[in-house]
Design a protein around this ligand. Structure first.
Ligand code: ADP
Length: 440
């Protein structure tokens, strides 16, 4: 606005000046022609015509000098225009000069009439032009100020309105701490950038809240699971020490304590493994492992301690050579994972039987563990991967509820996926997919 106003003002000022000098030149030329007319030079008539000309400029002055610098005609009776030798010389050398003298704008020009040259000095004041120019200046300054004020007010209003959702979010975020992770930031209409940012932030808060809750539960559950066998050991020893016992009684009590200790060792081993796998995160294990060998080894080990378990491994037709069975991973972790799934399958089915189907599908090795056991309730199904979660079907069987959460963590760390499908009374199907290392 300021640049445009300055440009408008300066172009108007230069137009006024140009126009005024043009009018001054035209008027000087016509009057000079009248006076310098070789046939009827009548300065008085010329003065009369000049004074009564309605188009005449304000405070018009005209001075004509001949080549000897004698004044032939002058309408400057008050002597407002100073004609010095220096000015005359300048007019003669430059033929046309413009300058200001007080409030007068003066034009000096060299005219030739019939082989003689005359110096014509014309002057006038452009009161009206200057008045218009100052009016224009006031208008432009006012418009500039009003516009600036309007812009400032509108900018302040709209910026405030546009930034309000952000300041709302900031205020809300300041209130959120570890103890108030349930708070959420306002999402507004949820469609613009700020709404989407707030939505994403809320989702992150949700995940944080869940993981905080899980962490809290984890510690509570772990302490509970550890306390149960410890209390049992404590109770058994206390009862044992109440009086003198026979050797057989000591033996059977120690066997029971040993059982509890084994449970404790098993539990702490799994807890350590969970800690290890979650600390490692999805890593790139570089060791090449044949997954069928892992399955066979797991089967052997399980069978060694549970003779009544039936584990049936079937290779799919999609597997044509042993190279398709290779994954990169950690052998002991993968063995822990498949052992857990197989043991669950046998543990939660009356026939203690698990069928394992093993195939390759689109660069992924897929292992399906299927049992025809008691199945999992639908409400438990999506929670079985949570640490220490035990389904309603598991009340009568032993366990701590960390098996599947450990399996889930291990498979995730191997960049694989695990899915579980189950129907109460019909059985359970667990499908593991792991990326195969295919050789060309
Ligand atoms: P647990 O020590 O209780 O077996 P897991 O983490 O291995 O703990 O399993 C979590 C829960 O999932 C179990 O308590 C059980 O309810 C359910 N579950 C897992 N596998 C099976 C299965 N094959 N058949 C029926 N229920 C199962």
């Amino acid at each position: 606005m300021i640049i445009a106003s300055v440009a408008i003002y300066y172009s108007s000022a230069s137009f006024r000046k140009e126009d005024f000098y043009n009018r001054l030149r035209n008027q000087a030329r016509s009057t000079a022609k009248l006076i310098l007319n070789p046939y009827a030079p009548d300065p008085e008539l010329a003065r009369l015509i000049e004074q009564n000309n309605p188009a005449s400029l304000q405070n018009n002055r005209l001075i004509i000098l001949n080549s000897l610098n004698d004044t032939l005609y002058s309408s400057d009776e008050k002597g407002d225009i100073k004609v010095t030798n220096e000015i005359l010389e300048k007019i003669r050398s430059e033929e046309n000069i413009k300058y200001m003298q007080g409030s007068f704008e003066v034009l000096g020009a060299l005219f030739s009439v019939q082989f003689s040259s005359f110096v014509v000095i014309a002057a006038a004041t452009d009161t009206e032009g200057h008045l218009r120019l100052s009016e224009l200046r006031i208008i432009l300054i006012t418009v500039c100020l009003v516009t600036l004020l309007a812009f400032f007010a509108a900018g302040w209003l709209f910026a405030g309105r546009a930034l309000k959702p952000i300041s709302d979010v900031v205020n809300k975020v300041e209130d959120i701490s570890i103890t108030s992770l349930n708070l959420r930031v306002p999402e507004g209409n949820g469609t613009d950038e700020i709404g989407r940012l707030a939505k994403t932030f809320n989702k992150m808060l949700e995940r944080l809240e869940t993981s905080f809750a899980m962490q809290k539960n984890f510690i509570a559950n772990a302490s509970h699971e550890l306390r149960t066998p410890l209390t049992s050991i404590n109770g058994q020893i206390e009862v044992l020490m109440m009086r003198e016992r026979s050797a057989d009684e000591y033996k059977s009590a120690l066997a029971s304590v040993l059982e509890d200790i084994k449970t404790l060792i098993n539990l702490s081993n799994r807890l350590l493994m969970i800690a290890r796998t979650s600390a490692e995160g999805p890593s790139s294990y570089s060791k090449r492992i044949r997954i069928d060998e892992i399955l066979w080894q797991a089967k052997e080990e399980i069978k060694r301690f549970n003779e009544g378990y039936h584990i049936n491994i079937v290779l799919d037709n999609s597997l044509t050579d042993s190279d398709q069975m290779i994954v990169s991973g950690d052998e002991s972790l993968l063995k822990v994972a498949v052992t857990n799934i197989i043991e669950n399958g046998c543990k939660y089915s009356h026939d203690k039987r698990v069928d394992i189907k093993f195939g390759c599908n689109n660069k992924m090795i897929e292992i399906v563990f299927e049992d025809k056991g008691i199945g999992i309730d639908e409400k438990d199904l999506h929670k079985v991967f949570e640490p220490f979660y035990r389904g309603s079907n598991a009340i009568s069987s032993q366990g701590s509820g960390i098996g599947l959460s450990l399996v889930n963590q291990i498979i995730k760390n191997h960049n694989g996926t695990i899915r579980i499908f189950s129907q109460i009374g019909k059985g359970t199907k667990v499908i593991i997919s792991l990326p195969a290392i295919l050789q060309n």
